[in-house]
Design a protein around this ligand. Structure first.
Ligand SMILES: *Cc1c(COP(=O)(O)O)cnc(C)c1O
Length: 440
């Protein structure tokens, strides 16, 4: 006899017995009244739990999914690759999927700009790789002192020690802030320009999430800021690292956010959406001039000694290739423009008039909605009330799953969402926000 598959309740009990979830107060998670959803399957923008209930994936499974779950082309690409080989080392060998993907990634940027691709596993490692390349470049250039970084207040660049040291969100980053890279945080471009010359001369690179800071609460940079930052970096001969881990792959309406201000960075970090949100794979792209600085005989010790076991993982690369091909075959970006406009209309009609909606920020297909206790004075509920989380919990009853950042609701569905599904998602938020009172 086949053993019975575990029930939802058994799975939940086992989870509470053995798992430790990210960014999660496990005392709350393990409390008897908390019944976590166990996700069993996904199709398009829909996630299905073990009880058969369906929800729209309102935050693209934490900002990763691009063309929907279970896309036949990505599934087929992964299956096909599994049948050939799932993993072989990028150290000492190479593989077809990794080669073809690198060519395709490079072609997404203006000719002769970002010509080199270094693979790793996730956003944090893509960032650390860029930082180490920047530091080592300057060492090889005889400028050992140029090893510091500027990052922005409220920035989020990942959780490994180096990446976290670039972060500027106190709750997430303060505890370990004395470890990692030598990083100065600035509020904006004005503050950057006021840094003392002695400090500027020690900078290796400036890192930024272009157009929009994600974990900060979907905060938009002023238009033109990125372009101006690029010019400032050029004037001071400082590398510009763009963290497009969240914004990459169409999320802002263009393939990459930096296109909107005609900026090309010196290092580009890509992860989350790279594989369409199917597998962990990341890439750090850089310029030929950076790459060439590391060339020399073995004895010269210029080699970039960095890499992870799953470098150039064929499964991830095959998924990423399929992800990029879908953009071409399905005209994803072209179709997206109408959806971005519709999203704007839906937000204006259904959310803006509501009593407890403050600022709504939209960057392409990424939306942050501030909920406020009082619309006139923009006052908030006490943070410990977790009002944003309560609204998202309520939205589940209207078929939408998403996660807030404090009292900022996040809506960033997969790009493949239909107009009708988009309306369902926005009205689900509207219905849930409508339940709020000043005493919520
Ligand atoms: C998610 C994210 C990261 C970190 O990526 P991981 O894959 O979680 O390590 C870095 N930067 C930005 C902007 C992100 O959104």
């Amino acid at each position: 006899m086949q053993p019975q598959p575990p029930s939802s309740d058994q799975l939940r009990a086992l989870d509470k017995a053995h798992l430790w979830h990210p960014f999660t107060q496990m005392q709350d998670w393990c409390a008897p009244e908390h019944e976590p959803l166990v996700i069993a399957s996904g199709e398009g923008v829909w996630l299905r739990d073990t009880e058969g209930k369906q929800y729209i994936d309102g935050n693209s499974s934490i900002w990763t999914n691009i063309h929907g779950h279970g896309h036949s082309a990505i599934n087929a690409a992964i299956r096909d690759q599994v049948d050939q080989i799932s993993h072989c080392s990028g150290l000492g060998f190479t593989n077809k999927a990794a080669i073809l993907l690198a060519e395709k990634l490079v072609q997404l940027f203006p000719p002769d700009t970002l010509t080199r691709v270094f693979y790793s596993d996730d956003g944090s490692t893509a960032i650390e790789c860029a930082c180490k390349m920047a530091i080592q470049y300057h060492q090889l250039d005889g400028q050992n002192e140029r090893c510091a970084f500027v990052a922005f207040d409220q920035a989020y660049h990942g959780d490994t020690t180096g990446a976290a040291s670039l972060g500027g969100i106190d709750t997430l980053h303060q505890r370990f802030s004395s470890f990692g890279f030598d990083t100065t945080h600035v509020r904006d471009l004005e503050q950057l320009k006021q840094l003392p010359a002695g400090m500027i001369s020690k900078l290796s690179a400036i890192i930024i999430e272009p157009l929009i800071q994600g974990a900060a609460g979907m905060k938009l940079w002023p238009a033109g800021m990125l372009r101006e930052l690029r010019l400032w970096c050029d004037a001071h001969n400082i590398f510009l690292i763009l963290d497009e881990v969240m914004t990459g792959f169409g999320r802002t309406g263009t393939m990459f956010a930096c296109e909107q201000e005609e900026v090309v960075p010196d290092f580009m970090a890509l992860a989350k959406g790279l594989t369409g949100g199917y597998l962990p794979l990341a890439a750090t792209l850089t310029r030929e001039a950076v790459f060439e600085k590391f060339l020399g005989s073995q004895e010269e010790q210029k080699t970039f000694y960095y890499g992870h076991s799953y470098n150039a993982n064929p499964l991830g690369c095959a998924a990423a290739l399929a992800n990029l091909e879908i953009f071409e075959i399905e005209n994803t970006l072209e179709k997206l423009q109408g959806k971005i406009a519709l999203l704007k209309t839906l937000l204006t009609e259904h959310l803006k008039p509501l009593g407890h909606v403050g600022e709504i920020r939209q960057c392409g297909f990424i939306v942050g909605i501030d909920i406020v206790r009082d619309k006139q004075s923009l006052t908030h509920w006490p943070a410990e009330q977790k009002t944003g989380a309560a609204v998202c919990l309520a939205a589940r009853c209207h078929d939408l799953l998403t996660r807030p950042i404090g009292d900022t609701l996040v809506l960033m569905p997969p790009l493949c969402i239909s107009n009708a599904e988009l309306e369902t998602a926005v009205t689900a938020l509207a219905k849930s926000i409508s339940l709020l009172t000043p005493d919520s």
